[in-house]
Each structure stands twice: as C-alpha cells, then as structure tokens.
Design a protein. Sequence first.
Length: 222
Amino acid sequence: MGALDLSFLNWELVTNFLIKGFVFSVQLTLIAMVGGIIFGTVLAMMRLSGRQWLAWPAATYVNTMRSIPLVMVILWFFLLIPFLVGKPIGAELSAIITFTVFEAAYYSEIMRAGIQSVSRGQVNAGYALGLTYGQSMRLIVLPQAFRNMLPVLFTQTIILFQDTSLVYAIGAYDMLKGFEVAGKNFNRPVEAYLLAAVVYFIICFSLSTVVKRLQAKIAIIR
C-alpha cells in the first residue's frame, strides 16, 4: 500500500474522465429500470392471466433470461442487432436495449410476487363491480403491488447500477470505463481501479441505506 500514489486525484480527473461515464451509468440505470418495470409488469400479468397462450411465452422468456449471464446477453445483442437492422447502432444504445430486456425478467418476478401478495378477494370484489381483468389489475392490484414491492424494486435497481460496469465488454463509456481511461492516462491503473471500487461502494451503500429506511416506513404503514 505504501507504493500507492493518489496524487492524480484532482478536478481534472473528474471533469475529463469521470463525469461522462457517471452520467451514462445513471442514464442506463434509469432507462433500464423504467423500461424493465413496464415490460416486467406486462410479463408478470401474462404469467398470472391463467391463459396458457400468454403464460407460456412469458415464462419461457423470463426463465431464459434469468439463466444466462448478463455479459453474454450484452455481447449477443451488440453483435446481433446490427446484423438484424443492417447497420451499427453504437455500444451505448445497444447497452440500453440489452439492459432493458434483460432486467425485465427480474422485475417481472418481483412484480409477480407483489401481485400475488394482494388478496385474491380484492380482485374478486373488482369483478363483482363489473371490472375486467385489466381494470382490476390497473385500479386495484398494481397500486398495492408497487407499494409492497418498492424496497425490492429499488434493491434490484442498485444491482442494476452495479451491473452497468459490464458494458466495458462492448466498449461503452460508463463510469468504470472512465476510471480505466484515467488510470491509463495517468499511468496509475491500480489506484484508478481502487478508487472506482470505493466510489461504487459509497454510491451503492448510500442507496441501500435509503432503501432500508423506505422499507421501515412501508412496514409501519402496513
């Protein structure tokens, strides 16, 4: 540890190398979270619809995505999408598409558990009032499911933020890439990676603390 040199830690490091990567990491996390929750909710409703022609494709999709390492999915989409559309779409856009469709499988399981946590009697009450399946879900079940699952949804989002570092595999400029480039430019790769670990830890630990407080508040409301 005595050989470590942290003299390269200055404002130039932040402005020239880290801000761009940090912004993309946050953008990727937020877009994949919103898209994943929306798509995942649709998948969860399909699996709980009781109709095999809806439940089977959704279950196949979720189980397939959850059985494949994310870095492999990132590489597949990066190589496959340009082949399908006939032109390159860029590492950043490819990462956004990949993370959204991949995280939807995990958000789907969270939403399915949340939907199932709502009493079936409330759904039957909606049917008794003349509501359709979709209306019962939208007006009765989903609002309660989202509240019940908020801590788990945010925890999955923290994991999603950590996973954004995997986009290095396709050359996207995320926060980890910023640290890597800085380490090469200042000839301090070890220090740069150590600093990256510290920054990731601070961000994720802080967010985890917020989630714990949110979970405690929701428990009181219940």
